[in-house]
Structure formats: structure tokens, C-alpha cells
Design a protein around this ligand. Structure first.
Ligand code: ADP
Ligand code: MG
Length: 248
């Protein structure tokens, strides 16, 4: 018999919609993510992938339906700080604070939000900077780093909040091929460590390797939720087939 904690979803989305004016960006989405699962969101440009991932930590509030994270209903009463402690996010363009060093980027939120001491936060940051392969860059400023290194800082910074869930929105899209390999292998490693991961990416080999489930979106709707094996060999819809034909 499975223990309840392994079957209760960490993220549960029911009939969730998001509008921009009259435009339906997310149309009544339904899915669950269980603790430790890796979800990859695929779909053409403009299909709503970023909007979906941004609703999961309420950068974009949803308009209707429900979003539950860790058993808590997420809505306008949710404390955004508590939510961001649970759900970390890594963006395509890193979003580092340019006026802060790498180390300061990493320790700011843990000190302010998690009320760690500087020493505790620094220890943690050094551990994660080591894990993402840039232990020697701690005192540099973002502008002094390559894109790949900046994205590693962004990942380390998100990990310093020790979130239950990590969201990635095309984390390798702005990187050159060599840097992509490095960042992908870091996310691979996180996946192996059991962090629940929701990732938008166009890296197909990576998706196939890490995903427990692929969510395929088009025009604000989820058209398929399947295993990568099924998705890449026999997608259920013509739109997914067309998408794959263009990608592969
Ligand atoms: P994707 O990440 O799949 O490329 P997005 O989620 O960024 O797609 O966008 C989905 C749709 O919502 C697009 O048509 C986009 O133009 C629109 N959209 C996204 N953000 C906004 C916004 N802040 N205001 C108005 N329209 C938006
Ligand atoms: Mg996007």
C-alpha cells in the first residue's frame, strides 16, 4: 500500500484559467504533480507555457479555478513570501540583481525571508554554488560572468530558499550550446536528488531523459499529459505531431 504522502499531489490544478483582458491565456487546466515528480511543459510559442508556470508561484494570479500547493489553496489571501519559500523559479534571463555580488544574490532572500543569519545563509550559498560548479565566482558581479555561469547563479540562488518545487522557464534558451550542456546536467542532478521540478524547455533529449510526464499545450489548453515515451513516439493529437515534426 502506498503511503498517503506519496499520493497526495504537491501541486493540484483544477479548472484553472487566466485571462489577459478578453484573451484566454490559460483555458481550464487540470493536472496534478506529485512530490519528486519531473514535469516538462512543451508547446509552440505563445501556447501559454510561461503563463502557466508563472501562475504556479503567483507572479501571474489566475482568474478562475483552483490552484493548491502543498495542500494550501493559493489565492489572493496567500502570503506571497510563504509561497515563494515553497516554490522557487529560474527564468530564461537569469534575473540576477546586477548591483549585488554572486554571494549577495544568493543570501539576500534567505536572510530577509527565511531569517537566516549571514553566516548560515553564506554557508548554504557556498554549498549550492559548489553544487552548480562555480564555487570560485562568489565575489564576482553578474556582469563579470558568462550566460551559463549567470544561470548557475540563478539556480543556486533559487536553491538557497530550499523550495519544495523548482520552476524553470526555458532555463537554457539564452545560452550557447556548450553552456546548455552544463546547465542541463545541473538540472539533471537536481532531478535525481528528488526535487519536484516543473520545466518549460525546448531541449528534447533532456525532456525525454528527466520527465515523468510531458504536458503539451497549445492555445492556452493542455492537449496531452503523457509519458515521454508515448509523447515522443506516438503523440495523441495532430498538433503535438506537428510540433514534434518541427522540433526533431
Ligand atoms: P509561451 O511561454 O508558451 O510562449 P506565454 O505564456 O508567454 O506563451 O503567452 C501566452 C499568450 O499570452 C501569448 O499570446 C502572449 O502574447 C499572451 N500574454 C502573455 N503575457 C501577457 C501579458 N502580460 N499581457 C497580455 N498578453 C500576454
Ligand atoms: Mg514562454
Amino acid at each position: 500500500m502506498r503511503h498517503e504522502s506519496t499520493t497526495t499531489p504537491i501541486i493540484s490544478v483544477r479548472g484553472m484559467s487566466k485571462l489577459f483582458g478578453d484573451f484566454v491565456a490559460l483555458d481550464r487546466l487540470n493536472f496534478d504533480v506529485r512530490k519528486g515528480e519531473k514535469i516538462v511543459i512543451l508547446g509552440p510559442s505563445g501556447s501559454g507555457k510561461s503563463t502557466l508556470i508563472r501562475t504556479l508561484n503567483r507572479i501571474e494570479p489566475h482568474d478562475s479555478g483552483t490552484l493548491t500547493i502543498n495542500g494550501k489553496l493559493i489565492n489572493d489571501k496567500t502570503n506571497p513570501i510563504q509561497l515563494r519559500c515553497m516554490v522557487g523559479m529560474v527564468f530564461q534571463n537569469y534575473n540576477l540583481f546586477p548591483h549585488l555580488s554572486v554571494l549577495e544574490n544568493c543570501i539576500l532572500a534567505p536572510m530577509r525571508v527565511r531569517h537566516m543569519t549571514r553566516i548560515e545563509a553564506t554557508d548554504l550559498a557556498r554549498r549550492y554554488l559548489d553544487q552548480v560548479g562555480i564555487p570560485d565566482q562568489a565575489d564576482k558581479y553578474p556582469i563579470q560572468l558568462s550566460g551559463g555561469q549567470q544561470q548557475r547563479v540563478a539556480i543556486a540562488r533559487a536553491l538557497c530558499m530550499q523550495p519544495e518545487v523548482m520552476l524553470f522557464d526555458e532555463p537554457t534558451a539564452a545560452l550557447d550550446p556548450e553552456a546548455i550542456v552544463g546547465v542541463v546536467s545541473i538540472i539533471d542532478e537536481l532531478a535525481e536528488q528528488g526535487i519536484t521540478t516543473v520545466c518549460v524547455t525546448h531541449e528534447m533529449a533532456f525532456s525525454r531523459r528527466i520527465a515523468d510526464h510531458i504536458i503539451f499545450m497549445d492555445q492556452g489548453k493542455i492537449l496531452e499529459i503523457t509519458s515521454p515515451g508515448t509523447f515522443f513516439t506516438s503523440p495523441q493529437t495532430d498538433r503535438a505531431q506537428n510540433f514534434l515534426n518541427q522540433m526533431l
